[in-house]
Design a protein around this ligand. Structure first.
Ligand SMILES: [Zn+2]
Length: 569
């Protein structure tokens, strides 16, 4: 059935491509780097390095009366697991980012040496990291989850947090393995006598039902300040993805053991699958075996470059060549990073002008199966007018967006109503009195080189999406430096100053708000008018007639008061 659907899609896309009148020269390249050697931890390693220490720590805590699984009130039943990773807000806020990982391996659930079986009953041998085999290797005792695209850059940027999958007590950990960029085999450890062993830097948690989760291969120096015996809650930060221990690329080895001294298992379950040890999934929200998705849409001014293991190990990352700003003389490269993209699946990549006209329509149908890859669409920008352009990538009926500029448009004053998915990027500032009504299909981005100013009258109502950020528009300069405007954020610039400064505030709170400035004896020396329906504002403040010293800014809304200090010199 699936095969037939794919064939029909293939035919449709072929017809569309032939029928397209926007026949610009285009090429599609399949990138993604070498398939990493992800064989990391097996049950032998657990038995040798991990189990003795875990047993020792559990029995010590138990004898001291400190084992939470003994003393914590049991809620009854089995502990359910939340996904052990999350994007940082900084990574998530990068325009064009949608998701961040693929699953390189599941556990080998038959437990027998020499045979492989994953929870979806795939058994084939010799098919590592190519489509069609078991998505595991012999005796692998966990799931390997890999950041993507550009895993080494993402590791370096610390774009992904490893978090506790459930409440639990730290029963073993190691954070001393300074070699955390292993790529080639044989892998190097410098933690003799093998404190972390093949796990590298890791945390192991014992949950209230005596199940165990292990989070391995962390980046050095990123581990939370934890000690054996500490109790963490679900979602609590544990560390960052790295490639310490027996690891061929940045990833997390996530191991699940249903009982204290029992064998490893797989939290994934499908009634028609092969994990007969379970009767239901141990995940709160199980991620499917295949979950096709666009991870990121990005623009590049040159081909991204993948490196050799020797280069990764000596500290270099992929050369990503991200750029959002182009001249008409440049070639635009659009990267579409995908997870689980199959034979016959299609991508539709459109470039759309600010007036809503489709300038290019690039369709592409896959002739192969991929667990993860970057598909690079290349086109000339010759003849493009100065302006902001939208890239729309459509896959399985869902659209993903990214923006770029040609020649950095000048300062812009925006008025009227914004509807749909729109981006405004420019090289100086954006001032706006526009309205974005509270409709979920309204998704608007402002990005300016110097500042974004929302004047009285600007309104972004609950349910719409609105994002503002400051980012250099310089063509050919250092790429991808972004200052993200966080929710509820106040800043003062410059600080210290000589009495004149700009106060900047962004909040999601819809209630009335205002701010006061007090001197150190508490006298109010400045108060703003009520700022109704304004989420982001900047105000020039003049305290040059006040004495030099420290002043306190207090920002009030219906829910809280936030303060900041300003120093007048
Ligand atoms: Zn693993």
């Amino acid at each position: 059935m699936k095969r037939i659907e794919h064939n029909i899609k293939w035919l449709l896309s072929t017809v569309l491509l032939i029928g397209s009148f926007n026949a610009f020269a285009q090429t599609v390249q399949v990138l993604g780097g070498d398939k990493p050697h992800l064989e990391c931890v097996t049950e032998e390693d657990y038995q040798e390095y991990m189990r003795p220490a875990i047993e020792k720590n559990i029995s010590r805590l138990r004898s001291e009366g400190k084992l939470q699984a003994d003393i914590a009130p049991k809620m009854g039943g089995e502990v359910k697991l939340a996904w052990p990773l999350r994007m940082t807000p900084e990574y998530q806020a990068i325009e064009g980012v949608n998701s961040y990982f693929y699953i390189g391996n599941f556990a080998d659930i038959d437990h027998d040496p020499y045979y492989r079986l994953d929870w979806q009953c795939n058994t084939a041998l010799g098919a590592d990291y190519t489509f069609g085999g078991a998505k595991n290797y012999d005796q692998h005792n966990g799931a390997d989850i890999v950041p993507y695209p550009f895993p080494w850059q993402m590791m370096d940027d610390e774009s992904v947090d490893i978090i506790a999958a459930a409440d639990g007590q730290v029963i073993h950990m190691y954070d001393g393995n300074t070699i955390d960029r292993n790529c080639d085999t044989p892998h190097v450890f410098n933690d003799e006598p093998f404190n972390g062993g093949y796990y590298g830097n890791f945390v192991a948690l014992l949950h209230d039902d005596m199940s165990i989760t292990i989070y391995a291969h962390m980046k050095i120096g990123t581990m939370a300040d934890l000690a054996i015996d500490d109790y963490v809650v679900a979602g609590q930060y544990l560390g960052k993805m790295g490639s310490s221990g027996n690891s061929g690329a940045p990833h997390i080895h996530f191991e699940f053991r249903p009982t204290e001294y029992g064998q490893y298992d797989e939290p994934w379950f499908d009634p028609e699958g092969c994990n007969d040890d379970l009767t239901e999934s141990r995940w709160i929200d199980q991620i499917p075996y295949f979950e096709p998705e666009v991870l990121r849409v990005s623009t590049h001014d040159a081909l991204p470059v993948f490196k050799t293991c020797a280069e990764y190990e000596s500290g270099s990352n992929e050369t990503v060549n991200f750029s959002n700003h182009f001249t008409t003389a440049e070639v635009l490269m659009i990267g579409v990073a995908m997870r689980d993209f199959f034979f016959g699946d299609d991508l539709d990549v459109d470039i759309i002008s600010s007036a809503g006209i489709i300038l290019e329509d690039m369709d592409w149908v896959s002739a192969s199966n991929y667990y993860r890859e970057i598909f690079l669409f290349t086109t000339s920008l010759s003849g493009y007018a100065t302006g902001t352009y939208k890239i729309r990538v459509t896959h399985q009926g869902k659209s993903y967006y990214h923006y770029f500029t040609v020649n950095c448009p000048a300062a812009t004053t925006l008025t009227g109503t914004h509807t749909g998915v729109k981006g405004y990027l420019n090289g100086d500032y954006i001032a706006s009195t526009a309205t974005i009504s509270g409709v979920t299909t309204n998704d608007v981005l402002y990005e300016a080189e110097n500042y974004v100013k929302l004047n009285v009258g600007f309104q972004a109502t609950a349910n719409c999406a609105f994002k503002a950020q400051v980012d250099p528009c310089t063509i050919g300069a250092l790429k991808n430096i972004q200052t993200i405007v966080e929710n509820n954020q106040m800043s003062v610039y410059p600080n210290p100053n000589f009495g004149n400064f700009e106060l900047y505030y962004f909040t999601d709170e819809p209630s009335d708000k205002y701010f006061l400035i007090r001197n150190l004896v508490g006298e109010i020396i400045y108060s703003s008018s009520k700022l109704n329906d304004i989420n982001l504002f900047t105000e020039q403040i003049d305290l040059s007639n006040q004495a030099k010293g420290i002043y306190l800014i207090e920002f009030y809304n219906g829910k809280f008061v936030e303060t900041a200090k300003v120093v007048v010199q």
